[in-house]
Design a protein around this ligand. Structure first.
Ligand SMILES: [Zn+2]
Length: 297
């Protein structure tokens, strides 16, 4: 273990290779998180509602399934949704298995979504870019971890319009704790960043709601911007908000014109916040520098 760390410290190429391989495997796990975490949340809400209302129907459905099989991030084993064929170890190698199986279940030929290998590959490549950017050390490892969390949040929000507390709050606490060592910003800036991140979107939400009666975003978005604020510091929050609104507007208008999407249909804001936060963590200073260069002749 110590020898591995020494090798990573001495050789940037070894460090990046290590991060790439580990992140491909993590990407495979993120696919599980992206699919299962919202289902787990829905189940626990239903259980809470049943407990709270104590309605007959809920009692009946509880009685009819006295012990529902466990459903969490490790149980049950992954199976083909069509034929229930258990995914074996060799069929679970990131990217490679999907290519070897040509995107089909080995038993029933049911197509396997290309999104699985793409999430794995994106996790591997983005993490390697982060490792290259920050190099071996606390900042590098921390930013790779943040990248994993942000990828999971992006896809869960795209699928379900939810940003689970388990992910947003983990990112927030991690950012605040790390700031003790100031790999990115000081604790002072991280703390103000977290508070202002939350409050800025919160006040925007209420202004918008009181004026129009509509809800433009959700509490998950406030928590995510609070978390990002803890990583990039309050000074960079305007960059995050402007970048996410800019990209969100472009994608939104494109979807409206290309797909003819309904204007009233909500568009998740989390993926844009996540992308903008990630870009700002890596290139925030550079972006601010460019901005002032263009603004000040
Ligand atoms: Zn199958």
């Amino acid at each position: 273990m110590q020898a591995t760390f020494q090798l990573m410290a001495d050789s940037p190429a070894f460090f990046m290779g290590f991060v790439f391989i580990v992140s491909l495997m993590v990407g495979s796990f993120l696919n599980v998180v992206i699919y299962r975490l919202p289902v787990m949340m829905e189940r626990s809400w239903k259980a809470e509602i049943a407990e709270y209302t104590g309605s007959q129907e809920a009692a009946k459905s509880n009685a009819s399934q006295p012990s529902a099989p466990p459903f969490n991030l490790v149980k049950p084993d992954s199976t083909c949704p069509k034929c229930q064929h258990k995914i074996r170890a060799w069929e679970n190698i990131p990217v490679i298995s999907w290519l070897a199986l040509r995107g089909k279940c080995s038993q029933c030929n049911n197509p396997i979504s290309i999104r699985y290998p793409l999430v794995e590959l994106a996790t591997g490549l983005l993490s390697t870019l982060v490792a290259w950017h920050f190099g071996f050390g606390l900042a590098g490892f921390a930013a790779v971890g943040a990248t994993w969390l942000l990828i999971a949040m992006t896809f869960i929000d795209l699928d379900t319009m939810l940003l689970p507390d388990q992910l947003t709050l983990s990112l927030l606490w991690l950012g605040l704790l790390l700031s003790i060592e100031s790999p990115f910003v000081s604790s002072h800036d991280a703390l103000i960043g977290a508070a202002l991140g939350y409050l800025s979107l919160w006040s925007l939400y209420w202004t918008f709601k009181l004026l129009t009666g509509k809800e433009g975003m959700g509490y998950g978005d406030f928590k995510l911007l609070a978390a990002i604020g803890a990583w990039v510091g309050w000074q960079h929050l305007p960059v995050v908000v402007l970048l996410s609104s800019f990209v969100g507007a472009i994608v939104g208008v494109t979807l409206l014109t290309v797909q003819g999407k309904d204007k009233s249909q909500p568009i998740p804001f989390g993926p844009y916040l996540a992308a903008a936060g990630w870009l700002t963590l890596l290139y925030g200073d550079w972006i601010v520098e460019q901005y002032w260069q263009w603004m000040l002749p």
